[in-house]
Design a protein around this ligand. Structure first.
Ligand SMILES: [Zn+2]
Length: 134
């Protein structure tokens, strides 16, 4: 017969009682969950910061009067745009992939240039791209 001793995930003391027990008491459970929450919150905060920064950069090129703008890709790099961070993608009727940061998006026109636009996110989560309405 093997004895499987388990230890508290917070303080490391041996546990007695139920087989699925993970903590000595509510205090150790609370400390563990708070640490986990702070870590998760930190990760989410860092990514959200990058996404918001990307959105701000995209939004600086378009407004209600100017729906789309052609921009050199290098300029966005220079301004600190992170191309790996976007909230979702949308594909136009023509099959072009748009990389969205919330309500703004871009698509590659060539290797050096991209077109930025504001997109409308509908209640059913579909996206309307300027000049590409259904
Ligand atoms: Zn403990």
């Amino acid at each position: 017969m093997s004895i499987n001793i388990k230890y508290c995930l917070t303080c490391g003391h041996s546990l007695r009682g139920r087989v699925d027990k993970k903590f000595c008491d509510d205090n150790c459970r609370s400390i563990f969950n708070n640490k986990k929450y702070i870590h998760e919150k930190g990760c989410v905060k860092r990514v959200n910061h990058l996404l918001l920064k990307n959105r701000r950069i995209l939004a600086s090129y378009v407004d209600d009067a100017k729906e789309t703008e052609m921009v050199p890709k290098a300029l966005l790099y220079h301004r600190g745009f992170h191309f790996n961070y976007y909230t979702h993608t949308a594909i136009s009727k023509e099959g072009t992939t748009y990389y969205c940061c919330y309500d703004h998006a871009y698509h590659l026109v060539s290797e050096q240039e991209l077109q930025i636009c504001k997109v409308a996110i509908m209640k059913d989560s579909t996206i309307t791209i300027p000049g590409n309405e259904p």
